[in-house]
Ligand binder design. Structure first.
Ligand SMILES: *[C@@H]1O[C@H](CO)[C@@H](O)[C@H](O)[C@H]1NC(C)=O
Ligand SMILES: *[C@@H]1O[C@H](CO)[C@@H](O)[C@H](O)[C@H]1NC(C)=O
Ligand SMILES: *[C@@H]1O[C@H](CO)[C@@H](O)[C@H](O)[C@H]1NC(C)=O
Length: 488
């Protein structure tokens, strides 16, 4: 029989671990969005390695790309798989289609590939007002059909459904959180969805963007978007709010509570700040916001209305150069990392030893060469304007314009920027630097100051990638405890 003192030792160790980990879970379990609207995506293995090296233990996807899911297999990373809005109609109309979707995109990855799928995001911000209500009638039936298909396949406990919604599905009639309720034009519809989520033990997912508030309202108090406590407090019946995130989150908590769902779990599906494409989108503000947010939720205190850990996915991991710029030029610059996985600003997630995020490794670039406007061309040449329009319509000129990273360039510089963007997007094809004789290839880097002329990365050859062996990821529970013990 074992010595009783030894037992006491084990008991206190185990209880100590439990106590420590209950304090630490919120710290390290931050998630990130991995979007794929890129002309030159990094290979899934490189991205998965980035996720692991940066300690991301949860990832949110916008579709169910096979190679992406496969690369996430056996990593332990929790995955939210996405269903794009354009599939909602089919899935709403056909339980069979939903079963097929689950079988192909969930069951197979759970069983054969060892992917830790935890959520299915049905649609993406389907109630945005710009969609004119096109997905109003399809979202809920699609959600129901996917839920039934998950149950039927036996995944009901492991995989939960949710709908990532934009924060304008609720609003406050009084301007403070306690006036929160669901938008009147979709109120009944929202209640149906919320009730369904509640019955099925599923979370409410919302995307919150203080940046957008600043973008659309020039009078928005800038400091209220951030977490430094420098904004004038907003008082709600004696509770003070010092940042927009807390106030917005609590507006949702009030809306849920008023309708009888005060305990529904909430996930922040997206939260972030872009680095270019607008006067308020730059690495300084992005750093201030992202670090502020990560630190704000790290203490696990939550908000006045909902104390406790906050479950959130940062937006986004990498820039996507093919995102629609209809909402604004900043859309292609949400990444913590650039398109090639290089870092854009310092960000400490508390998991890497270097104190900041770790860039991608093993990225293969094309040659060090750029396409520019021939120096001999006169700036009043009538061929310039159509050439620039052509390049910008097909490549990416969102870093040109007022308050952006290339706003300091002269005319020669910004014409060259457009030419180079098109040339690189076309994999440095000679034909893509012709521009009716205006373009020339150069080996000397035309980048100046904050204006970076990119070199494209090699297109991914799917299926032929190297895999990087990395030791297995510990669960949030264990690694958080180890982190804490290491700090001690
Ligand atoms: C599985 O997901 C992919 C990517 O989103 C999609 O293209 C495909 O149609 C889905 N499979 C089924 C059977 O719906
Ligand atoms: C929404 O309506 C506007 C104005 O009628 C139209 O221009 C736009 O294309 C519509 N959008 C969608 C997604 O149907
Ligand atoms: C390019 O530079 C010229 C001269 O400085 C400026 O007038 C023009 O607005 C710039 N174009 C863009 C797209 O930034």
């Amino acid at each position: 029989m074992a010595d009783s003192r030894e037992n006491v030792g084990w008991f206190s160790l185990v209880f100590g671990m439990l106590w420590l980990s209950s304090m630490m879970i919120p710290v390290s379990c931050i998630g990130v969005n991995w979007g794929s609207q890129c002309s030159h995506p990094l290979s899934p293995n490189i991205v998965v390695r980035m996720l692991r090296e940066n300690g991301f233990q949860k990832v949110k996807l916008f579709d169910a790309d096979y190679a992406t899911l496969r690369a996430l297999g056996k990593t332990g990373i929790e995955v939210m798989v996405g269903i794009p809005n354009d599939m909602l109609l089919t899935l709403a109309n056909s339980p069979k289609a939903a079963e097929k979707w689950v079988s192909q995109n969930i069951s197979e990855h759970l069983s054969s590939n060892g992917v830790n799928i935890r959520y299915v995001a049905v649609g993406n911000e389907p109630f945005l007002e710009t969609y004119n209500g096109s997905f109003l009638r399809t979202t809920f039936p699609a959600l129901q059909n996917i839920q039934s298909a998950l149950m039927k396949a036996g995944h009901g406990n492991q995989v939960k459904v949710t709908v990532p919604l934009n924060a304008d599905v609720y609003a406050s009639s009084t301007g403070v959180p306690s006036g929160g309720d669901f938008r009147s034009d979709i109120h009944d519809y929202m209640i149906q969805i919320v009730k369904f989520l509640s019955v099925n033990g599923a979370p409410f997912t919302v995307n919150i963007y203080p940046f957008i508030s600043l973008y659309i309202d020039p009078n928005f108090p800038v400091e209220y978007a951030f977490f430094d406590g420098n904004a004038q407090a907003v008082s709600d019946g004696g509770t003070n709010y010092y940042n927009m995130f807390d106030a917005n989150y609590d507006t949702l908590v009030w809306a849920l509570q008023k309708n009888g769902f005060g305990n529904l779990p909430i996930i922040i599906g997206e939260i972030g700040w872009p680095t270019d494409g607008d006067i308020h989108a730059n690495p300084t503000y992005a750093q201030k916001f992202m670090q502020g947010f990560v630190s704000h939720i790290a203490n696990g205190k939550g908000t006045p209305m909902r104390p406790g850990p906050i479950d959130a996915y940062l937006f986004s991991l990498i820039d996507e150069d093919e995102k629609s710029i209809q909402p604004g030029n900043f859309e292609r610059h949400w990444g913590i990392f650039a398109f090639d996985g290089s870092s854009k600003y310092q960000l400490s997630l508390g998991m890497s030893t270097s104190g900041s995020v770790v860039p991608a490794r093993g990225v293969i670039y094309e040659e060090r060469q750029w396409c520019v406007l021939k120096p001999s061309v006169k700036l009043d040449d009538s061929r310039i304007a159509p050439s620039v329009s052509y390049a910008c319509a097909r490549a990416d000129c969102t870093s040109l314009g007022y308050g952006t990273s290339c706003s300091g360039m002269d005319a020669q510089g910004n014409i060259s920027y457009a030419f180079n963007s098109y040339y690189q997007k076309n994999d440095q094809d000679d034909e893509a630097c012709k521009f009716s004789g205006l373009g020339a290839i150069t080996k000397s880097d035309p980048s100046r100051g904050t204006c970076k002329f990119v070199i494209m990365i090699e297109p991914t050859l799917s299926g032929s990638e190297k895999t990087f062996p990395i030791p297995g990821l510990l669960s949030c529970f264990v690694s958080a405890t180890i982190l804490f013990l290491t700090i001690l």
